[in-house]
Ligand binder design. Sequence first.
Ligand code: SF4
Length: 226
Amino acid sequence: MKQKVKSVIEILENAFGVPCRQPVNEPLDILISTILSQNTTDANSDRAYQSLRRSFPTWEDALAGDPAEIAAAIRVGGLAEQKATRIKAILGWIKENYGQMSLKSICDMDTEEAISVFCRLKGIGLKTISVVLCFACGRDVFPVDTHILRISVRLGIVPEGSSALKAHSIINQLVPPGKAYSFHLNLLRLGRTICRARNPRCQVCPVQQYCISSYRTGFTPRFEGG
Ligand code: SF4
């Protein structure tokens, strides 16, 4: 299976390129934007984050804000009341524990320790903290969201019916060192453009030879030239 994952990574890098890491100044920005991305589309999550930043230019402002105002600012992202309450509580916890509205010190923590500490907070699960560690701290951690889970099952990398938690544990042991970021972003791109939840475009999929899904076996290949 390690060889299969390695081959899929190589094919995706040939098809989509090797993503360059973008510098991140403040891990707290990534944390809040990832919380806002839960149970919504990328477009609405981005809108909610931009709206939140317009209404509350600093995280201190958001901490001092009324939960109803925070909810109003992030309404477009869905689950606004729940997310607003959680964001405010998380900001309060960060201020209390780190004395400032910054999460830079998370990058000094051991990966397992960071997961264990932050996953105790409501609104932060394994995917969310893995995104922070991978994107903000440059850690070789592979975050598993619903799109990644769907494609991993179709490719037979994780068994059908696996939880995101189980998939996280399986895939993180299979990804070669240094490839978590590239594999994560390229799988997301595959999921958005080709391996969509409904009507995947198997006929143009670059990794179709590795797929065990009935979508692939169900489509009739088109032979050119009669
Ligand atoms: S062959 Fe189809 S179902 Fe399989 S990974 Fe590609 S797009 Fe997804």
